[in-house]
Design a protein around this ligand. Sequence first.
Ligand code: ZN
Ligand code: ZN
Length: 72
Amino acid sequence: MPKCPKCDKEVYFAERVTSLGKDWHRPCLKCEKCGKTLTSGGHAEHEGKPYCNHPCYAAMFGPKGTLPTHGP
Ligand SMILES: [Zn+2]
Ligand SMILES: [Zn+2]
């Protein structure tokens, strides 16, 4: 039984979603920054963690180079 990389608990088939080459609980596959639920293959990734493409990934790692002034 694969373990969810987010909560480290076993993932059963019925609640499994595969993304970034790992098996996640459906509710565990969400943006690390804003908490938005993500769909398999429909999101960005940074250092193995899932982020939504927009606005989070674009804001933090996008090509514009203009980071938001708030946050860490
Ligand atoms: Zn989980
Ligand atoms: Zn986000």
